[in-house]
Design a protein around this ligand. Structure first.
Ligand code: SAM
Length: 291
């Protein structure tokens, strides 16, 4: 039975180890059993699953995961939390604790070792300062995974779900929607954590697409275009792309592609859908060969 996840159990552990929170690691520990149960249920964890937990903290969600999954791998950066995790998870034989920075872990290798390369599920109450690099790293390095169920800042969850024409639409929305189907499963108040964060939070589930909704000829080039378009958000797509170093596209090439797509030469990147970015990417590659 989980012993953490409520204010009493959490405070007892924090006092026992005289733990001091480190702001630089984005430490806000969950103290709400309803939210913990909701995360486990919406991640659809079963006894078949191998789960990667990023940032287990004192092991609160890890206890719930260990009860529900076949195996849990928990990666924690803060060395002062390792003896605490060894204590709070001592009764679970299906948990491996890894002391490392998740951004330095070769997750593909880990999945190969622990799950023979079969898809894992990722579950995390993420440190908000590295949400985007963690998600992009998991997707871009093609880690075999079924889904990512994560607590993020509310605004970031909203950004992942929106389409063109909204102020939150950007490179993260496009990348998340290319690789997965995003669904917010809960909004979480600051009072559900110790200490309370200054922002609202949301749990979002990203279910990996078996096949992406578009098939650009060159995925990396499409994402370079997307990044360049949103780097200079207030500029026209034409200026954004021709000013970007490394893309090597000329004004004529972009003009030609936009004409073929029947789009205005003054259109901004934020107006394009994923399908249009994919087509633009293919046309520019074709035009590069012609010009
Ligand atoms: N999972 C716990 C919970 O829900 O109560 C703790 C969540 S807390 C928001 C984020 C955790 O991620 C902290 O334990 C923090 O030390 C850890 N962390 C921060 N940066 C990390 C990184 N780069 N790699 C691994 N863990 C990290």
């Amino acid at each position: 039975m989980p012993t953490l996840g409520n204010p009493k159990g959490t405070i007892e552990i924090l006092q026992k180890y005289q733990f001091t929170f480190q702001k630089k690691f984005g430490q806000n520990f969950l103290i709400d059993t309803n939210i913990l149960e909701k995360i486990i249920a919406s991640a659809g964890i079963t006894k078949e699953d191998c789960v990667l937990e990023i940032g287990p903290g004192i092991g609160t969600m890890t206890q719930y995961l260990a009860e529900a999954a076949r195996e849990v791998i928990a990666v924690e950066i803060d060395s002062s939390l390792i003896p605490i995790l060894e204590d709070t998870l001592s009764t679970y034989e299906n948990v491996s604790i890894i002391h490392n920075d998740i951004l330095k872990v070769n997750i593909n290798q880990l999945v190969e070792e622990k799950n023979q390369g079969r898809p894992i599920k990722v579950v995390a109450n993420l440190p908000y300062y590295i949400t985007t690099p963690i998600i992009m790293g998991l997707f871009e390095s093609h880690v075999p995974l079924e889904s990512i169920t994560i607590m993020v800042q509310k605004e970031v969850a909203d950004r992942m779900q929106v389409g063109p024409g909204t102020k939150d639409y950007g490179a993260l929305s496009l990348a998340v929607q290319y690789y997965s189907k995003p669904e917010v499963v809960a909004y979480v108040a600051p009072t559900c954590f110790i200490p309370k964060p200054n922002v609202g939070s949301a749990v979002i589930r990203l279910t990996r697409h078996a096949n992406p909704p578009v098939q650009p000829k060159n995925e990396a080039f499409m994402f370079s275009l997307i990044r360049a378009s949103f780097n200079q958000r207030r500029k026209t797509l034409m200026n954004g792309l021709t000013n970007a170093t490394g893309l090597q596209v000329t004004k004529e090439m972009v003009q030609h592609a936009l004409e073929e797509m029947k789009l205005s030469p003054t259109i901004r990147g934020e107006a394009l859908t994923l399908e249009q970015f994919s087509l633009l990417s293919d046309l520019l590659i074709q035009n590069k060969e012609q010009f």
